[in-house]
Design a binder for this molecule. Structure first.
Ligand code: ADP
Ligand code: ASP
Ligand code: MG
Length: 404
């Protein structure tokens, strides 16, 4: 078999942990498998580097920021490959540009466009354990790029797809995908299997156990992904295609996302073209707008509220402020102390009344709902950030059935 193993920040957080990772990769190699290992930076390192940049300038240049943060992974690939060699296992490290993980030029959130599998494959054929730097790539002009926070997951799944690997094992600090973040919800339970579509929703709604792009790759290229703990031997969670039995469970998971800011344009004359005027420039600035609500207009004017990622709030606000005179709006307000809490499950397609029950449960706790959005398999609400953990626990314990 050809196996891709990915180890996250905590799993390579100390020299001792790196030795443990080496042992596990070696064991898989000893069992007769070909092994490519993708690693993240040591835990805390990417944050440390980003903070360092902020100490020299308020607005670090995006290209140079990627040159900087990609060094975290350069450290861990070197340490892991030298550990393996010292144990007598042929191994070598590879950076994104050496492999040719080609991406677009969106620094800090680049997307993989092409991977040259040749050098990794020939390394594997010669019996090496090939150690690959996660999170980084190179654009068509040879600039170093990075794939967004948590991007090593995407490197691993994309490499697994390119190598046509038999499995992609994501080793992390929890032993699988849970029905809610186990750090927030003590009753969360491990899911032995989850469908690609549910995992896509969970990842995009805040469950950072897998980066969303990695799940998109897994689904598109049918990569068998196994999320499991680097601290234990237990089976984790497999990403699978939808199975009939999965429909029986209404809600499989509850998520929260604190990376939200809410912007409201007040008292704006409600004319055709309003939304286009507001959201055109925001889209041009590469800002992803998530939820949007517009109040019914009473006296010909309305309030327009939308959410954006916190990091883009200042840019979005500036864009709206510049438009205020043209829109004839009274003003604009914003709130960064909000959170999006969501429930996800394939079974929602066939169960009525899930939304109503969700709203009742939140009302009973005195939690005010600021915005709502729904899709076939998820319901999201925006609430005051201080209620996030309470909301997750209440919804989880009401909707997610305990194991029998
Ligand atoms: P790594 O460094 O290995 O990539 P991450 O910190 O990125 O690890 O992701 C693992 C973390 O994701 C866990 O420690 C857990 O707190 C968090 N998490 C959030 N939601 C979930 C969930 N539904 N199931 C499992 N873990 C979750
Ligand atoms: N080191 C990067 C980060 O902290 C990538 C990753 O860990 O997946 O976001
Ligand atoms: Mg991660």
């Amino acid at each position: 078999m050809l196996v891709v193993q990915k180890y996250g920040g905590t799993s390579v957080g100390t020299p001792e942990r790196i030795r443990e990772v080496a042992k596990r990769a070696a064991e898989t190699h000893d069992a007769g498998h070909q092994v490519a290992v993708v690693v993240s930076a040591m835990s805390g390192e990417t944050n440390r580097l980003l903070a360092l940049a902020k100490q020299v300038t308020d607005r670090p240049d995006e290209r140079e920021s990627d040159v900087l943060v990609s060094t975290g992974e350069q450290v861990t690939v070197a340490l892991l490959a030298m550990t393996l060699k010292s144990m007598g296992y042929p191994s070598f490290s590879m950076l994104g540009h050496q492999i040719e993980i080609e991406t677009d030029s969106a620094f800090g959130r680049a997307r993989i466009q092409r991977i040259n599998a040749e050098r990794i494959l020939s390394g594997l054929r010669q019996g090496n354990i090939v150690v690959v730097a996660g999170f980084q790539g190179v654009d068509a002009q040879d600039n170093i790029t990075t794939l967004g926070r948590g991007g090593s997951d995407t490197t691993a799944v994309a490499i697994a797809a390119a190598l046509k690997a038999d499995a992609c094992e994501i080793y992390t600090d929890v032993d699988g995908v849970y029905s809610a973040d186990p750090r927030i919800c003590p009753n969360a339970r491990k899911l032995s299997r989850i469908s690609y579509d549910e995992m896509l929703e969970l990842a995009s709604l805040g469950a950072k156990v897998l980066q969303i792009r990695s799940v998109e790759f897994a689904k598109r290229y049918q990569v068998p992904v196994h999320v499991r703990s680097s601290f234990s031997r237990e089976e984790g969670t497999w990403l699978v295609h939808e199975e009939p039995s999965m429909e029986e469970v209404t809600v499989s998971g509850v998520t929260s996302d604190l990376d939200q800011a809410k912007i409201t344009i007040l008292h704006v004359p409600d004319r055709p073209g309003l939304a286009a005027k507001v959201f055109g420039p925001i889209a041009e600035a590469n800002i992803v707008v998530d939820m949007i609500i517009q109040n019914a207009s009473a006296d010909g004017s309305t309030d327009l509220t939308f959410t954006v990622p916190k990091g883009d709030a200042a840019k979005a606000l500036a864009s709206v402020k510049a438009l205020l005179p043209e829109l004839g709006a009274q003003g604009v307000t914003h709130d960064v102390d909000v959170a999006k809490v969501s429930i996800v499950g394939l079974g929602m397609r066939s169960h009525a009344g899930v939304a109503a029950r969700m709203f009742q449960l939140l009302a009973r706790e005195g939690i005010n709902i600021l915005m709502i959005s729904t899709s076939e398999i998820k319901i999201s609400v925006v609430i005051d950030a201080k209620y996030t953990e309470l909301a997750v626990r209440v919804l989880h314990d009401a909707f997610v059935t305990p194991p029998k």
